[in-house]
Ligand binder design. Structure first.
Ligand code: ADP
Ligand code: MG
Length: 304
């Protein structure tokens, strides 16, 4: 296993930020750590990267314990913090070399700096000052910095927050490429990001894991839901709606608004129209629920 998190609890003062969180990450997996603000994502990442100690539980990285073997862990982990501080007055290449020499010999650091500039597409910018770079390019510097010592495990805390749409796509592609060779745990509060980059998603809410699934399986489950929201001009009985061919489940959302769930492959809209016409009802609104993964995320994390 690359990373083993065993029953981790973190308490800040009186606040429990993580409550007995456990998961294992296999070599080569790209895991999305998904959750709303305050869920405990950054706390978990800081513990794995040896930046803060846990209150209880155990974490190992490639077999080394974060408490008893922090140096071995740091050698194996690359960590990109949420608001990554960069030395704005340094030049890109100079900065990477400086960071590299913390853990490597000058010769190795030079070579790795060259490789990282190549990998992250920083070639044309390598002789610029970091302060002159766009946010997207600064984030490339951050990624290069986190990988300079060739760690097997990368921990990226909200690596795309604050990027414009083009930069976002570029950084996601870069992370996807990197993920082919490394174990990656990245945090985000955006479901689409997980879909775009990760093969597994761990959803965390209020310090607890509420889902841990292959992205494809979660998508299949979510895709299996086929929900139509409909508003009539008059009151209708649930039993009547249940009798519509193809309708599996009926839920009242408001007075005259209903959510009707059909089988994945069925389109219940035509039958629904027929139902309305037969009873002299007007359909004021009919909406097919889109982006089902987003819905799953909301169901798991809102008001829980
Ligand atoms: P996320 O990264 O998912 O937004 P965090 O791990 O940053 O969540 O925070 C989890 C909870 O712990 C939040 O309620 C936050 O306010 C609290 N917290 C985080 N860091 C500290 C700290 N240094 N002192 C006190 N509370 C903290
Ligand atoms: Mg955070």
């Amino acid at each position: 296993m690359s990373v083993v998190v065993d029953s981790i609890t973190k308490i800040y003062g009186t606040q429990k930020a993580l409550d007995q969180v456990s998961f294992k990450v296999e070599p080569g997996q790209v895991v999305g750590f998904l959750g709303p603000n305050g869920a405990g994502k950054s706390t978990m990442m800081k513990i794995i990267s040896c930046f803060i100690p846990q209150t209880d539980g155990k974490v190992t990285v490639e077999g080394f314990d974060v408490n008893s073997d922090p140096l071995e862990v740091r050698r194996r982990v690359g960590y990109l913090p949420e608001h990554n501080p960069l030395y704005l007055d340094m030049y890109v290449k100079e900065f990477l070399l400086f960071i590299g020499q913390i853990q490597l010999s000058r010769h190795e650091a030079l070579q790795r700096t060259r490789e990282m500039i190549e990998l992250t597409g920083l070639g044309p910018e390598q002789n610029k000052k970091i302060s002159e770079l766009s946010k997207g390019y600064r984030q490339r510097v951050g990624l290069a910095q986190s990988m300079i010592h060739a760690p097997g495990v990368l921990i990226l805390d909200e690596p795309t927050t604050g990027l414009d749409p083009n930069q976002l796509v570029e950084i996601r592609n870069l992370i996807r490429n990197i993920g082919r060779e490394k174990t990656v745990i990245l945090s985000t509060h955006i479901m689409q990001e997980v879909e775009a980059i990760c093969n597994r998603v761990i959803i965390i809410n209020k310090g607890k894991i509420v889902a841990d699934e292959d992205t494809s399986r979660l998508r299949a489950q979510a895709g299996g839901r086929n929900v139509i929201r409909v508003e009539f001009d008059k009151e209708v009985e649930a039993a009547e709606l249940s009798s519509i061919p193809g309708v599996l489940k009926v839920r009242k959302e408001k007075d005259k608004t209903w959510a009707l769930e059909g089988a994945a492959e069925a389109d219940i809209r035509q039958e629904l129209f027929r139902f309305a016409v037969d009873r002299g009802l007007s359909v004021l609104m009919m909406q097919k629920e889109e982006n089902n993964l987003e819905t799953v995320f909301r169901q798991l994390t809102v008001d829980k």
